[in-house]
Design a protein. Sequence first.
Length: 164
Amino acid sequence: MGLTPVLLAALFPATLAWGYDANGVVLGATEAEVRKVFPSAHCRPLEWKSAAAERRCDDAQVLFAGARARITFYLKADRVQAFDVRMDERDLKRVVEALKKQYGTPFAESSDKFERRDGTARVVVKIRWEKGDQRAVLTSQERRKRVDLNVWRGNFDEEIYRIR
């Protein structure tokens, strides 16, 4: 006899079985689930027309992977299609360690140094995770003071700002 879905859910937490999450809010969650975890989130219609999302929920005071952060969820048909987390660069090491534990081994990881015309250099760190049609990309630019984590499913990243 096979394992029942309830037993499987107990053995494999949603973050491992179903993809990427932000404090337990997974891609595909409802707006009500976002508001339950992030009660101070401000949700409203998207300011532009997009095939990728209809609404957004923003919260400026969250704790994510041990860092103070700002988060935006993008929803279409009451389902989270993507989320962006922005935090201070000083938390980069701690956040990367937490994400590797939570999301698993990255699909790709790079640290590139770009020389500028004035002789100075800028280091860009980029870490990418992939599970099926879901993607997570963390980007940090040295001396920019901000780390961005973008998580989406499908072609959200191509569609969100496409002019309609």
